[in-house]
Design a protein around this ligand. Structure first.
Ligand SMILES: Nc1ncnc2c1ncn2[C@@H]1O[C@H](COP(=O)(O)OP(=O)(O)O)[C@@H](O)[C@H]1O
Ligand SMILES: [Mg+2]
Length: 248
């Protein structure tokens, strides 16, 4: 099957550190591809390269069959890449509905972008859908800053999905969550693959093995292994580099 997203030979270094050093992988449509690796392995930087937040020194992406050299994040968002961040990107002073509304605004035709947000109907409909889907309808008018940690992380996923991306990138969406919130979030992410291709960074290895269709293992900026969960787990190089000290 044709991949929805490919990273080809992506690389960037910061002051002599090869943060990402020639990484190539493919994410199949409507599957969950998870990037794992110890702290500092280059996972978040890889996401920054794919989503345009950091300009690669080499390499490019192929999104839905089209090759893209470096592009700005807003352009890539229009082309279908939605992402959440390891550090939150919610507007804490705005309500839940307002956060979603801003993110959904991309659905409106460009000439409507300057009309008042409350009059944009496509975006408004999308907000309603997301509030239901993410069980946030009861919280629509609360400030995002007043939500529980678990609710905020759920809202971040909803925000990343608001403009109906082709690829949804989530960087450690369960970080700091309770065990039950983590399980709930895993179910939610799995359900999203009906309509979107998911690229995930996740440190909870049990969850990774459970929900991933494919796993990319990174170590010191390089790709160490890439395959279905059982195959990756059995890989001696992965065992040595990662599972030996995965409890970070
Ligand atoms: N903007 C940056 N400037 C300098 N160094 C960076 C920057 N971003 C990441 N790094 C470095 O790149 C390496 C990979 O970091 P990161 O991608 O955050 O790893 P991970 O997400 O796997 O923990 C680390 O050594 C980190 O310190
Ligand atoms: Mg990271």
């Amino acid at each position: 099957m044709k991949p929805m997203l490919e990273a080809r030979n992506l690389a960037v270094s910061f002051g002599g550190i090869h943060a990402v050093d020639g990484v190539t992988f493919a994410a199949a449509p409507n599957q969950i591809t998870t990037v794992i690796g110890p702290n500092g392995a280059g996972k978040s930087t890889l996401f920054n390269l794919i989503s345009g937040a950091v300009r690669p020194h080499r390499g490019h992406i192929v999104l839905d069959g089209k090759r893209h050299e470096h592009m700005r994040p807003d352009r890539l968002r229009e082309l279908g890449i939605g992402r959440s961040f390891q550090i939150t990107n919610l507007f804490f002073e705005l309500t839940v509905a307002e956060n979603l509304r801003l993110a959904a605004q991309l659905l409106e035709p460009r000439k409507h972008w300057l009309v008042p947000v409350r009059r944009s109907t496509l975006a408004g409909q999308r907000v309603g859908e997301l509030l239901e889907e993410f069980h946030l309808a009861g919280k629509a008018d609360e400030r995002a800053g007043d939500l529980s940690h678990g609710e905020q992380r759920r809202l971040e996923i909803a925000v990343a999905l608001a403009a109906r991306p082709k690829v949804l990138m989530l960087d450690e969406p369960t970080q700091g969550m309770s065990h039950s919130d983590t399980a709930e979030t895993a179910r939610l992410i799995r359900a999203l693959t009906d309509s979107v291709t998911v690229l995930l960074i996740e440190h909870d290895i049990g969850l990774v093995m459970d929900i991933s269709d494919r796993i990319v293992v990174m170590h010191q900026g390089r790709k160490l292994a890439d395959g279905p969960p059982a195959e990756v787990r059995a890989d001696p190089a992965v065992q040595a580099a990662y599972f030996g000290h995965a409890r970070s």
